[in-house]
Design a protein around this ligand. Structure first.
Ligand SMILES: Nc1ncnc2c1ncn2[C@@H]1O[C@H](COP(=O)(O)OP(=O)(O)OP(=O)(O)O)[C@@H](O)[C@H]1O
Ligand SMILES: [Mg+2]
Length: 382
């Protein structure tokens, strides 16, 4: 029997149940991994649902690859249990798990053809698969990744994007339950990357395989994932849908990592249910939703997304007086950087207006900004 951790630290809350999550295709339970003094992954608790597209998002060195390698079986946890389909797979080597991994470097055999690369894993299987069956599978998967005409090409005759597709084909030909992708698009240029993102998403829907993607690109994580697992220094900080993480981040770290935001430092002066009152450095107090239980007297910050800030060229009692620092025209939106004497720089994303009045504002001009309390969130500073 596996030892089950009693308390879990995801989001700082204890988990309701320490039993296997019913129906989860994979689960990391109380998993940690140390390399000497380095704690690469700490107390990881995560259940992955069948058919889900989940991303690990976090800065370099936060343990994303290590977490993935433990799921794949390339690395053994220092503590905790890895389950696949509810079963402890500690004793199973990578090739015995119904899991495949696409490495950042693709790790293709350059001297083999595209078809031979894809067939390689199938040919290693024991008992041996019939050759006709292997050829059928290779052909089908080549069509899936739209490389049917490239079967006999050598790897070195393929572009970066095509090689990426071969790597994907090689991973999905075994029909794994779980496909692990470690920064699979990092080596591609921006345009190709966008195209491949769409292909990845299509492929995942078409195959119905569970995907776990590692990325440090928040845009990629937001656009592709059903859920994102935000990490910091080996720990899970918050898990949620892209919308949850964007609208209800639990901390400044998450709000900063998922999207962009304005942060104003202050001190909590009152708490009333789900809302709080915070005094900021301009001497005024602001009402906002509380993202978490933060006691009165604690320092915290207010987070307001740039698109939630309204700007006007006329004064009003509620609004803050600012000076225009910079303006970037982005078509539908204009991005302004404005400065408040006490609060500092504020980013404003203003939608295109029919009267175009804001368009005449120049650097150094005065304007007024305000936000609705409903659009502001008080966050812990960590
Ligand atoms: N084999 C190893 N031996 C020693 N330390 C390691 C080993 N593998 C990883 N680490 C350390 O563990 C930490 C997490 O590494 P990991 O590769 O998981 O990070 P990552 O989030 O994938 O980073 P990146 O985005 O740069 O790929 C790092 O501090 C790294 O130096
Ligand atoms: Mg990595």
């Amino acid at each position: 029997m596996t030892k089950v951790a009693e308390t879990f630290s995801v989001d700082g809350y204890p988990r309701e149940s320490a039993k296997a999550v019913p129906g989860a295709v994979a689960e990391l339970r109380g998993v940690s991994k140390s390399y000497g003094d380095v704690q690469a992954v700490r107390h990881f608790d995560l259940a992955i649902a069948p058919g889900e597209f989940l991303s690990f998002l976090g800065p370099s060195g936060c343990g994303k690859t290590t977490a993935l390698r433990m799921l794949a079986g390339f690395e053994a946890p220092s503590a905790g249990t890895v389950l696949i389909d509810g079963k402890d797979v500690s004793g199973l080597a990578a090739y015995q798990r119904p899991v495949n991994m696409v490495f950042q470097s693709y790790a293709l055999f350059p001297h083999l053809t595209v078809g031979q690369n894809i067939a390689y894993g199938l040919k290693q299987q024991r008992p041996k698969l019939p050759l006709a069956g292997i050829n059928d599978k290779v052909q089908r998967v080549l069509e899936t990744v739209r490389l049917a005409d490239f079967k006999d090409r050598r790897i070195w005759e393929m572009s970066g994007g095509q090689q990426q597709r071969v790597a994907l084909a090689r991973a999905i030909v075994n029909e794994p339950k779980l496909l692990l992708l470690d920064e699979p698009l990092a080596a591609l240029d921006r345009k190709l990357r966008k195209e491949m993102q769409i292909e990845l998403q299509d492929l995942q829907r078409q195959l119905g395989i569970t995907f776990v993607l590692v990325t440090h690109d928040q845009e990629e994580a937001l656009s592709l994932s059903d859920r994102i697992c935000v990490m910091r220094a080996g720990e899970i900080v918050q898990v949620g849908t892209p919308r949850e993480l964007y609208d209800q981040p639990k901390s400044r770290y998450v709000a900063d990592f998922v999207g962009t935001s304005n942060f104003f430092d202050g001190k909590i002066i009152a708490v009333n249910g789900g809302t709080g009152q915070i005094s900021l450095s301009d001497g005024r107090s602001y009402r906002a939703f509380l993202s978490d239980a933060i006691p009165v007297g604690e320092t915290a910050c207010v987070s307001v997304r740039p698109e939630q800030i309204r700007m006007s060229d006329t004064q009003s009692s509620e609004a803050l007086e600012v000076t225009i620092q910079n303006r970037i025209f982005l078509g539908e939106h204009t991005e302004y950087l404005v400065r408040h004497a006490r609060l500092g720089n504020i980013a404003v994303m203003a939608p295109r207006q029919s009267d175009g009045r804001l368009d005449t504002l120049q650097k150094g001009d005065t304007a007024w900004v305000h936000w609705n309390p409903e659009a502001a969130l008080i966050l812990r500073n960590d």
